[in-house]
Design a protein around this ligand. Structure first.
Ligand code: 5AD
Length: 348
């Protein structure tokens, strides 16, 4: 296994067969080694600094019915909400005072959040906070919409491809949603000029090692600036309620693989990972992640934005808990970077 880890670090890629061996044969010892290697690469490129992003969950209304997601349209138990532009700006204000210089607007594909409304909100944030980065995570939109948001001042866009394999994609999503469409959106985002993020859920129902290899090769081709990797976690009101979660080990392995492949990528240690296990956030950082995204949404709405069960929302997961986060990072030898944390290419 060590040979593939060394090769991955040196050449930043492997052959499919070698990835397969790494993904199937990585025991606890090898996992420790690849996590250490990835951590070293991350330290070399970013120092012991972790970027923070303030996450604002602007709407839990969604027209889609993804089988894994708690806020799917078909879940009648969700108390639906949509933040007003004033409320969103208020979140930004609080976040700015806490030191955040990136705001991430995330939400379901809410038909009431028209392109016009989103454009207006982005423009307002851009006006009030000229020194901040604006990241959107609002799903599939038309190319024109992506362009309008970009020209209104958005800088980054997160859109996980979830799985590259078309058949697996159709096992996770109802008819009417297509993997091809998702990939086209990612292409459009890149061409529009966004720092673009994509990624997968680890251990989603039906996922095989073959799928993971395809995901790795796709990400290698797309070269996204941001890579979001978190475990699948079941939600009780979805068709996938009875499936088991993705594992900590496989999530940490994939985080490290992506860090070794892509030293300068922005890779978050996700809320899903922190939900899976109490020290998940720290473990993600020690496996090569360099971003965390504390929650800046209004307190009353946080519980309503439940993509999976038991979502971590206390302490360091919340923007007000930034001191706790600081302490947790300090305990493992890291510090918060209060800069915007844009993607930079680093070649060495
Ligand atoms: N478990 C883990 N991650 C999930 N997401 C949605 N539902 C779940 C779940 N049950 C992830 C998807 C989506 C991102 C916003 O959250 O990958 O792209």
């Amino acid at each position: 296994m060590k040979q593939w880890i060394d090769k991955l670090r040196q050449e930043r890629t492997l052959r499919p067969e070698e990835f397969r061996q790494l993904l199937t044969g990585c025991d606890a010892d090898s996992l420790r080694i690849i996590n250490e290697q990835a951590r070293e690469v991350s330290l070399r490129h970013f120092g012991n600094r972790i970027y923070i992003r303030g996450l604002i969950e602007i709407s839990n209304c969604c027209r889609n019915n993804c089988y894994y997601c708690g806020i799917r349209k078909g879940n009648p138990h969700v108390a639906r909400y949509r933040l007003s532009p004033e409320s969103i700006l208020d979140c930004c204000k609080q976040g700015y005072a806490l030191g955040f210089r990136t705001f991430v607007l995330q939400g379901g594909e809410d038909p009431a959040l028209t392109d016009d409304r989103i454009e207006t909100i982005v423009a307002a944030i851009r006006r009030h906070y000229p020194d901040c980065a604006i990241t959107l995570s609002l799903g599939e939109k038309s190319r024109e919409a992506y362009e309008r948001f970009f020209h209104a001042g958005a800088n980054r866009y997160l859109l996980r491809h979830e799985t590259y394999d078309a058949t697996h994609y159709s096992q996770l999503h109802p008819a009417g949603m297509s993997g091809k469409q998702r990939l086209q959106c990612l292409q459009n985002l890149k061409e529009t000029g966004y720092q673009t993020g994509t990624g997968i859920m680890v251990g989603s129902p039906g996922q095989t090692v073959e799928h993971l290899i395809q995901d790795i090769l796709f990400i290698e081709k797309l070269r996204p600036e941001m890579i979001g990797i978190g475990p699948f976690l079941p939600h009780q009101d979805t068709p996938f309620a009875r499936y088991s979660s993705g594992t900590l080990e496989q999530t940490l392995l994939l985080l490290s693989i992506f860090r070794l492949m892509y030293p300068s990528a922005l890779i978050p240690s996700t809320t899903a990972l922190a939900t899976l296990t109490p020290d998940g956030r720290e473990r993600g950082i020690l496996a090569g992640a360099n971003v965390v995204m504390p929650n800046l949404s209004p307190q009353e709405e946080r519980k309503k934005y439940t993509l999976y069960n038991n979502k971590a929302s206390l302490g360091a997961e919340s923007a007000e808990g930034i001191r706790i986060l600081q302490q947790q990072l300090h305990n493992i030898g890291y510090e918060i970077s209060f800069s915007r944390g844009d993607f930079k290419t680093v070649d060495s």
